[in-house]
Design a protein around this ligand. Structure first.
Ligand code: EPZ
Length: 416
């Protein structure tokens, strides 16, 4: 398994352009099953999660043409009724394929998409939603068999907001018979971006981006071209990285409005930060970093995907900070690695930690338990004194395109 070696502390300087959003691109790729026409997707991040999903849809019969960050996909037929039992468990978010597949092909078999390091990632809400659509679901030893005579529009209240749950049922509803109303939906920016693209293809979706989405089913969707929106988590991760290393960098081709809460949090901490319509500039710290009480929330609250990166920064703030993770059951695997590096962190319970700072961090051997904890380890390695070795960097490459070269272009010294 390959690793990153980082000699800290490191100062960064220069400009870094943000890539397309992983959590938008994956759903638009899944949406290609909704139409038999060829679709084009631009600004697709070249990352491992995208590669895994493309392998899954190609194995199922889709024709995929990749040219840098532009994809052309055509799903005129399915090669078989089942998704690969080897490939699907490699990508939890492959669950989003279910909506388009059932809407168009009416029958599909797939293994449970698997949990991951941040939780067992249940799919109970998806199953309830498909049942409401009139899908018959049978489970035998960890494989799901879904069958329907045709999806019928319905009203579904999400027991809790789920991002991929909202996207999967919204995609299914575009070709269902009649009207579907989804209540208590997630409102992350990638959802209205997906809806806008589907409407361009002839879907009739209203309210995406709010907690109530209404979809009038149509006969078919036609060809379309989608431009993937900037990755708000990547942009804010780079801002946190610059704050932690007290660096002056400019982050370009991003959408600061999608990261308002995290950027305001950095400002409240005493980071010298400013932003315009498509850029963020960090000029180190105005003064000593102030401690914060962070609670992760659904959008537009503080995103759970930035919980690990901000956790690293809070080790450098003077005073007592707390982090309360409300979305996933255990997203603190990075804490033990940070403590190994010298951080003073107490785990109050599986959802809450207390951080005393500032503490100086020393380079150690660590791992990246999930992709967001992985980039947090990179930030810690850049902040620490001495050599940090980060194992399992596949987790980082799942979601950050060409991250070693892009950060080294900012003056980092990351060796693979
Ligand atoms: C999406 O995951 C993102 N992934 C996650 O990003 C992100 O952290 C998460 O939304 C929250 O913003 C993609 O978009 C591919 P949820 P998702 O369903 O949709 C529970 C990253 O690092 N739940 O909104 O899987 C679930 O366990 C990834 O890029 C059920 O209980 O998250 C969690 O506790 C990590 N039953 C909560 O809901 C279900 O059927 C919210 O999860 C579905 C979800």
């Amino acid at each position: 398994m390959s690793s990153f070696i980082i000699q800290g502390p490191q100062k960064l300087k220069g400009e870094i352009s943000v890539k397309g959003a992983k959590n938008h691109a994956l759903k638009v790729i899944a949406a290609s099953f909704l139409s038999s026409d060829e679709i084009t997707i631009e600004n697709v991040p070249q990352i491992e999660d995208v590669n895994r999903l493309l392998e899954i849809i190609e194995e199922a019969g889709a024709k995929v043409e990749k040219n840098g960050s532009t994809l052309k996909i055509q799903c005129s037929k399915l090669s078989k009724r089942g998704l690969s039992p080897e490939l699907v468990p490699q990508l939890r978010s492959s669950i989003v394929l279910l909506g388009p597949l059932l809407a168009r092909f009416k029958e599909i078999t797939m293994p449970h998409p698997g949990g991951c390091q941040i939780g067992k990632r249940p799919i109970d809400v998806f199953l309830k939603g498909f049942e409401a659509f009139g899908v018959d679901c049978k489970i035998d030893n960890y494989t799901y068999h879904f069958k329907t005579k045709g999806l019928k529009g319905m009203r579904f209240d999400f027991p809790k907001p789920t991002v991929t749950g909202t996207e999967t049922l919204m995609m299914a509803a575009t070709l269902a018979k009649g009207k579907t109303t989804l209540i208590n939906c997630a409102a992350e920016p990638e959802i209205p971006a997906l809806a806008e693209y589907l409407n361009q293809q002839g879907a009739k979706i209203k309210g995406a981006g709010t907690h109530t989405i209404e979809i009038e089913g149509v006969e078919k969707l036609s060809a379309g071209t989608c431009q993937i929106i900037p990755d708000r988590i990547e942009a804010a991760s780079f801002a946190i990285m610059a704050a932690a290393t007290d660096s002056h960098i400019k982050i370009t081709d991003c959408e600061p409005l999608h990261s308002e809460i995290p950027l305001n949090t950095l400002e409240d901490m005493g980071v010298n930060i400013s932003w315009g319509n498509d850029w963020i500039e960090i000029k180190g710290r105005k003064k000593e970093l102030r401690p914060m009480k962070i609670t992760t929330k659904e959008y537009p609250g503080f995103p759970t995907d930035l919980q690990a990166p901000i956790g690293v920064l809070l080790t450098q703030a003077r005073g007592t900070s707390t982090v309360f993770e409300t979305i996933f059951e255990d997203r603190f695997m990075y804490v033990d690695f940070l403590k190994r590096m010298g951080a003073d962190i107490t785990r109050e319970n599986s959802q809450k930690i207390t951080i005393q700072g500032p503490t100086s961090l020393t380079g150690k051997e660590v791992e990246s338990p999930d992709l967001r904890a992985g980039i947090a380890m990179v930030i810690a390695g850049m902040t620490a004194e001495g050599e940090t070795k980060i194992g399992n960097i596949y987790q980082i490459e799942r979601g950050y395109e060409n991250i070693q070269e892009r950060l080294n272009n900012l003056g980092a010294k990351i060796i693979k």
